[in-house]
Design a protein around this ligand. Structure first.
Ligand SMILES: O=P(O)(O)OC[C@H]1O[C@H](O)[C@H](O)[C@@H](O)[C@@H]1O
Ligand SMILES: [Fe+2]
Length: 191
C-alpha cells in the first residue's frame, strides 16, 4: 500500500473507556516495563501477583510515510508500583524532529516530557485539555487519578518509536504520590 491509495475510513473510540469496537488494541502488562519503576521490590511483587495490565493503545496499520498520520487512543489504568503512579514506557520519536498531539478524553493525569538537552516539563491532562509534544521531547503518560486516563493522539506516521534511550537512561524525573498528592522527584535510577 502506498500513501496515495489509502482510502478514507472511520473508527470508533469510546469517550470514557477509550476502547474501540472495530480494531484491536496493543496491551502492556507490568512485566514489559522492567527497570522503569523506581521500586524494584514493589515491581517484582506486582508482577508475581498477577502481572496487571498497565496500559493499552491502538496502532493503526497505515503505511509509515511522512504524509500519513497515525492516531488512536491510549488508556493508562489507575494504580501504582510502590508510590509511583502507573505510566506508559515513554519514547522519543526515531525522527526526533517530529511532534505529536494528545487530547484528553477522560480521567486525570499528566504527560512527562523531556528533551536530550535536559529540558523537562509536566503537562496536566484533564478531559478537554490538549497537550502538545514538541519535536525532540520524549513523552510518557501518567495516570494520577482513580479512573482510566484516556487520551487521543496523532502523529506523523514515519516518526517511529525510540525506546532504547528511555530503557537505558530512564527519565530525569518521576512522579510519585506523597501525602496523597503527586510530587515530581529526581529519578534515582537516571544515568
Ligand atoms: O509507546 P509507549 O510509550 O509504550 O506508549 C504507548 C503509545 O502511547 C501513545 O498513545 C503514543 O501515541 C503511541 O505512539 C505509543 O506507542
Ligand atoms: Fe510519540
Amino acid at each position: 500500500m502506498t500513501e496515495t491509495n489509502v482510502k478514507p475510513f472511520n473508527l470508533d473510540f469510546d469517550l470514557v473507556t477509550g476502547l474501540s469496537k472495530s480494531t484491536k488494541s496493543t496491551k502492556r502488562h507490568l512485566s514489559k516495563m522492567k527497570g522503569m519503576y523506581a521500586d524494584d521490590a514493589a515491581f517484582a511483587a506486582a508482577v508475581q501477583s498477577g502481572d496487571p495490565l498497565v496500559y493499552e493503545f491502538y496502532e493503526l496499520d497505515l503505511p509509515e510515510t511522512s504524509g500519513n498520520l497515525l492516531f488512536g487512543t491510549s488508556i493508562v489504568y489507575p494504580g501504582k508500583v510502590g508510590n509511583e503512579y502507573y505510566m506508559t514506557k515513554g519514547h522519543f520519536h526515531t525522527i526526533l524532529e517530529t511532534g505529536e498531539v494528545y487530547y484528553c478524553l477522560s480521567g486525570e493525569g499528566a504527560m512527562l516530557l523531556e528533551n536530550p538537552e535536559g529540558d523537562w516539563d509536566l503537562q496536566r491532562f484533564i478531559p478537554g485539555q490538549a497537550v502538545y509534544v514538541p519535536p525532540r521531547y520524549a513523552h510518557r503518560s501518567i495516570n494520577l487519578g482513580t479512573e482510566p486516563l484516556v487520551t487521543f493522539f496523532t502523529f506523523r506516521a514515519d516518526a517511529g518509536h525510540d525506546y532504547g534511550t528511555i530503557e537505558t537512561k530512564g527519565y530525569r524525573k518521576l512522579v510519585i504520590e506523597k501525602d496523597g498528592k503527586p510530587e515530581i522527584i529526581d529519578n534515582p535510577k537516571w544515568k
